[in-house]
Design a protein around this ligand. Structure first.
Ligand code: FE2
Length: 285
């Protein structure tokens, strides 16, 4: 067994996206700060409606998947196919843009707290042009498992702890084999999880802090993405204020990435094609 250690810390920075939604972006704040196949991670957390009320009016995507996970608040998703989805606290949406989707993501509240995440995960070349699809995952579809000193929600892949707890999340069978856990630990509690050798993995504490790696580990403060070395297990211990964090892992794709805004393809020509298709109303055809 080899325990993964912290190799790189990417602090999140404040950015504004959509029609002026205030976010914190860690992965994806520049093109060098990705972790194949993860392209971006945004956290939105605010009690002030001015920070989120403008939402994300209709915009396109092609070539990857967007995953939204809500801790608190309500969002509505609407796309060109006529699909409408209500995202609520504790729920998630796994959207495959594939060859093209035009959608809006708007808050369904005018006050109160909104807290959640969106990450982008790439698709391999052979899947970039598949039909768009999305799945709304209700909070009750996400298993929550009690562990020593905490609990874990399993959105994708399999929870597999050192003491033999397992649970399968609602998202399974994708070619990147993603693992997506939301872990809550009390102060000083430890957590271990098996992760396939060779898969990329990172942690994002959204409250408290973590010590990452075997033994005392290296400290990862909150709102910073902690990229992990290779290995077959992840071991963390919560700091003195506890630790709430996302654990994300997936099989790297190993292909060239050319991104232009909401389009992520393998070549510049494919990006030009996406722009032309969008301009001519053929993005989603
Ligand atoms: Fe979007």
């Amino acid at each position: 067994m080899s325990t993964r250690s912290l190799t790189r810390i990417i602090p999140s920075i404040p950015v504004s996206d959509g029609a002026g939604v205030k976010l914190r972006r860690s992965l994806g704040q520049s093109q060098g700060l990705r972790l194949d196949p993860f392209l971006m991670l945004d956290e939105f957390a605010s009690d002030n409606p001015d920070d989120y009320i403008a939402g994300f009016p209709p915009h396109p995507h092609r070539g990857f998947e967007t995953v939204t996970y809500m801790l608190a608040g309500d969002f509505e998703h609407e796309d060109h196919l006529g699909h409408k989805g209500h995202l609520r606290g504790g729920g998630a949406q796994w959207m495959t843009a594939g060859r093209g989707i035009i959608h809006s993501e708007m808050p369904l509240q005018e006050s109160g707290r909104l807290h959640g995440f969106q990450f982008w995960i790439n698709l391999p070349a052979k899947e970039k042009m598949k039909p768009a699809a999305y799945r709304d995952i209700q909070p009750e579809e996400i298993p929550e498992v009690t562990i020593d000193g905490g609990s874990v929600k399993v959105v994708a892949g399999r929870l597999e702890t050192a003491d033999g707890r397992t649970a399968d999340g609602p998202i399974q069978g994708l070619s990147t084999a993603p693992l997506f856990l939301d872990v809550r630990l009390e102060a000083g509690a430890r957590f271990t999880q098996s992760v396939a050798d060779g898969h990329s993995a990172f942690l994002y504490p959204y409250s408290g802090s973590l010590h990452v790696g075997a033994g005392d580990g290296r400290t990862l403060p909150n709102r910073q993405a902690g990229v992990l070395s290779d290995g077959d297990s992840i071991e963390v211990q919560a700091g003195e204020d506890g630790g709430h964090f996302l654990l994300l892992a997936a099989r790297p794709i190993g292909e060239p990435v050319v991104q232009y805004g909401p389009f992520v393809m393998n070549t510049r020509e494919e990006i030009e094609q996406a722009l032309a298709d969008y301009r001519d109303g053929r993005l989603t055809a």
